[in-house]
Design a protein around this ligand. Structure first.
Ligand code: MG
Length: 367
């Protein structure tokens, strides 16, 4: 069945800054707010789609910021799409091709277009995404893992983990950095011997830390995420040959090309896939299909998105080729008041229900 096409009439940008219930610590520093841009896309037929670009005020995780994101969208990306008719959502990257980079900015625009397409065609976003996979059917419930930030204190970290396990999360990812790694992970492993546990370094280590990182092998981690520099696949491949613990890539993979190169040279066996890092759902689906075809492990990462971005991430994570629990946790854990109602909550079985309505399937509650 072909899709009803969409003509983009107007796109509005809404900067947001939502305080987090608890500051989130990574090797980049402490995050106290979820900033970003909401993108509201109107079609000539009256459909409205919403997307989110999870942009920070500081260029740590990626080079983009709230300021560059707004600049890239308003001055370069939006003029390429306003007034354009698209037959399918996957046609958008070709329209945006004259502009290089700015993955997070363009991912929010893409998400808004996918949502508008889904509404126009009375489809859930998950079902629209699934049309571009090899016949995969979205799951009704998604089992998330949870990410625990650097707390600076072993006891506080253990308490946070115990709290998350009590809430029903089945996999814990712990942020680490030099000086807050081995002892911390050993304490966690001692207290929770069977916990599915992984560590995320956010590029905090150097190749000469290989001996130190090899000591993590004794802790039975699911994986170590992005130990080395964001632009150094070669050293990740060398480190992978030293470690038994699988290496998962995050910052290093910004496109299907990156992921093909990484897997070809053995730089990573697992991918944390975030649509905002790879430019949107279309590129994410190319990466998904490549990973399914090659039997590679995949999970959906989180950017502490508001409920709007989270709804899109949840739709993506419902595809069965995501072999591991993703960071698409309940939104009521992050924000005192989310931008959607009701917020995403973890069910008693440790899963989140996929919304059943068209598009991202959530009701907005904008400030
Ligand atoms: Mg990461």
């Amino acid at each position: 069945m072909t899709l009803t096409p969409v003509t983009v009439a107007d796109v509005r940008l809404h900067p947001v800054s939502l305080p987090l219930k608890t500051p989130f610590g990574t090797s980049y520093g402490q995050q106290t707010h979820r900033t970003g841009l909401l993108i509201e896309l109107h079609t000539t037929d009256g459909a409205v789609g919403w997307g989110e670009s999870p942009l920070d005020t500081y260029p740590g995780y990626v080079y983009e910021t709230t300021v560059t994101g707004e600049h890239a969208l308003r001055d370069f990306l939006l003029p390429l799409v306003i007034g354009q008719r698209l037959s399918e959502p996957v046609d958008l990257p070709l329209l945006l091709a004259p502009v290089r980079g700015h993955q997070s900015a363009r991912s929010g625009l893409e998400a808004a277009l996918w949502d508008a397409f889904a509404h126009t065609n009375r489809l859930r976003l998950a079902d629209l995404l699934a049309r571009y996979t090899p016949g995969h059917v979205p799951l009704d419930r998604v089992r998330p893992g949870t990410a625990v930030g650097l707390a600076g204190d072993v006891e506080a970290t253990l308490d946070r983990i115990a709290d998350r396990i009590a809430q029903g999360y089945g996999r814990v990812k712990l942020k680490i950095k030099p000086g807050q790694d081995l002892d911390l992970l050993q304490a966690v492993r001692q207290r929770f011997p069977a916990l599915p546990l992984m560590a995320d370094a956010n590029s905090a280590y150097r190749p000469q830390d290989a001996d130190h990182l090899a000591r993590l092998d004794a802790l039975n981690l699911l994986m170590i995420e992005q130990p080395l520099a964001h632009d150094d696949l070669l050293e990740h491949a060398r480190l992978a040959r030293r470690l038994e613990t699988p290496i998962c890539l995050d910052e290093s993979v910004r496109s299907l090309h990156d992921w093909r190169l990484a897997t070809e040279i053995g730089a990573g066996r697992v991918l944390n896939l975030k649509p905002s890092r790879v430019g949107g759902f279309t590129e994410a689906l190319h990466i998904y299909n490549f990973s399914v075809e090659h039997g590679l492990d995949l999970w959906v990462g989180g950017m502490l998105e508001t409920g709007i971005g989270r709804a899109g991430a949840l739709a993506l994570a419902s595809l069965p080729g995501f072999t591991l629990p993703g960071d698409v946790g309940a939104s009521d854990r992050y924000f005192a008041q989310d931008l959607i109602t009701p917020p995403f909550r973890l069910g008693p079985d440790g899963t989140i229900a996929l919304p059943t309505g068209p598009g991202i399937g959530v009701a907005l509650r904008l400030p």
